[in-house]
Design a protein around this ligand. Structure first.
Ligand SMILES: [Zn+2]
Length: 189
């Protein structure tokens, strides 16, 4: 399956001149979005190092070729993947300068910086957990755990489905939990 089948057109438009390259990437035989291939498709270099925060990126105005993401090599892989998505977001959304990711929002001194943080987080969530992929993986997991696709799920069932699905997608349970809520996958009201 190609990435263009997973993302909406308006999300792919955010990649600008790199849209076609990203659209034609292949999902391969797992359910994990390859964030490093996406970075590569956008001409961004990803490096791993011992750094402060989760990672940061440089998007230079003077030198168009300087597009670099540095990721904290000590953090778990699912978090590194989200951070890569977050930093790709800063770059393709045109946030200039040096951007970093930390869970401490008080570190962002001004409103614009905080707004950019929220935008980069939303971008990353959509990038590594596209709606169609989330649905596919959840349905597959429903079958594997021998639930019925037409039954009602209680909180415990949902938690279990999210845990298994998050592993398959190599994202954190927490991130997938938020995403599933936002996508209104399980509506029982
Ligand atoms: Zn950031």
């Amino acid at each position: 399956m190609k990435y263009k089948e997973l993302y909406d057109e308006d999300f792919l438009d955010k990649f600008g001149e790199h849209k076609d390259t990203v659209s034609n990437l292949e999902l391969g035989n797992n359910q994990q979005i390859n964030v490093q291939s996406i970075a590569e498709a956008c001409g961004i270099t990803v490096k791993f190092d011992t750094v402060e925060h989760s990672g940061w990126s440089i998007n230079s105005d003077e030198d168009e070729n300087t597009k670099e993401i540095i990721i904290n090599e000590l953090e778990p892989e699912y978090r590194q993947r989200f951070t890569i998505g977050h930093e790709i977001g800063h770059i393709v959304l045109g946030h200039k300068g040096k951007s970093y990711r930390t869970s401490d929002m008080t570190k962002y001194i001004d409103t614009l910086a905080r707004m950019h943080e929220v935008e980069a987080n939303n971008f990353s969530a959509e990038l590594i957990m596209p709606k169609r992929l989330v649905w596919n993986v959840l349905l597959e997991t429903v079958d594997e755990l021998e639930y019925s696709r037409t039954q009602n799920f209680d909180d415990q069932d949902i938690q279990k489905l999210i845990k298994y699905s998050a592993e398959k997608m190599k994202v954190s349970e927490q991130a997938l939990g938020y995403r599933v809520k936002n996508l209104k996958v399980f509506i029982d009201e």
